[in-house]
Design a protein around this ligand. Sequence first.
Ligand code: NAD
Length: 477
Amino acid sequence: MYTVAQLIGGVWGAGGAGGELVVHDPADGSPVTTVPVATADEVAKAVEAAQETATEWAGTAPADRAAALHRAADAVEAAAEELAQATTAEMGKPLDDARGGVAAGIGTLRQYAELAPVRGGRTLHGGQSSIDFMAPEPHGVVAAITPWNDPVAVSCGLLGAALVTGNVVLYKPSERTPATGWLLAKALDSALPAGALSLLTGGGEVGAALAGQAVDVVAHVGSTATGRQIAAAGARTGAKVLLENGGSDALVVDSDVDPVWAAEQAALGCFANAGQICVAVERIYVHREVAEDFVDALTQRAEALTMGPGRDPGTQLGPLVDRRHRDHVHGQVTAATAEGARVRTGGTVPDGPGAFYPATVVADCRHEMTLVREETFGPVAPVIVVDSFTEGLRCAADSPYGLAATVLTGSMSHAQRAWRELPVGTVKVNSVFGGAPGGAAQPRRGSGQGFGYGPELLDEFSTVKTVHIEAPGGGHW
Ligand code: NAD
């Protein structure tokens, strides 16, 4: 059982007068973590303390900040197995996936430690006796508010980039994975000066209190609904708002691909991490010519997955994060079937403990259904048959979200059309996942704003000061 403590003003164990939350293991319902809830007053005090530390950390030489981040990465590496175990215990994903998320997070910390000190700005020579230069500077105080679905990888990205560019950070991990956030904060804090990092815990109300404070940046990875509330708070306070939010990513299957291979791709995209990935495949538009074979193969793939607790080595499909989320997923599936869709496999809530939900294939869906248009975030593959690649692209583009999309096609011209025509941050051709290390993307529409990953995130957490210098008296230097 984990007992989480907050870190406020460099002091572990501070605050928590807002009560206590208990997190339950989604595999069996047993209690895993107790976590204190910050009051609005504690949040305000933490922001005040962070503001007092900000100037000193901003004034630390970039190479020294980078060295501190390397030491922080060492500390996270030393805690890697503990972090992976906590992730699986709190949100249920298979342990190897959790280990992969921790390894990705460590890699990101090291990448930012290497990249940050070599960044510079432009210089302009306006005349013989003058020079302009643009120097990156930290914003000051950053609030980082994070989700539960890949808690270490996502948090390492935001925290690493914000800290190494000279910002102090108030970290609010998800109330569904607070021990994971606490273990990560402990490891990072061990390598940083006191006060550079604070940890505030609790639910959405703590995040809202933080986003309403006079901080300089609010970086939020999470749902679109929350992102919109944070954007509204930022409009009131003047904070810069960075949002990496939900999606409803489409997969378009062309008529010229092997339907069995396409089904393997679809199964990976829909069922990995039980569908709880921001760029999971949420809706499939398959060409009529291959639709029947594709759906048969996808159904077989879904039925072959081993469902079980994430800690069991043979598990391929862990539970959903909790029963509240399972109700949301199952609600969308039953609404679709009530509107005429047909469940080919799955679609029922299993008996027994935990928050398990089977890999589910729903055929005969229509583009207008909520299951198709909205984010499900579960192991569900809704299939819509289309009569042409053009129709598939048009449906894929018609969404309130704009995170990512995949097309499977043997046609170079269709691939070219896809990346040009789809209004999303990332277009993938012939692979549902992947992407080069260090890659970044800009979400569109309801999926957010700004770069949440890659070297570009260092720019998001920096502001630029432009300096114009002339020789005194307009003459000699
Ligand atoms: P969520 O928005 O409910 O919670 C995320 C964080 O926001 C938590 O720490 C939560 O306490 C906090 N929060 C909740 N209400 C708040 C409010 N009113 N003001 C401020 N903070 C508040 O999201 P979630 O359920 O934890 O995560 C799942 C969502 O995250 C999915 O929609 C998924 O697509 C998205 N996600 C996006 C990316 C990406 O890069 N685009 C990555 C991972 C997850």
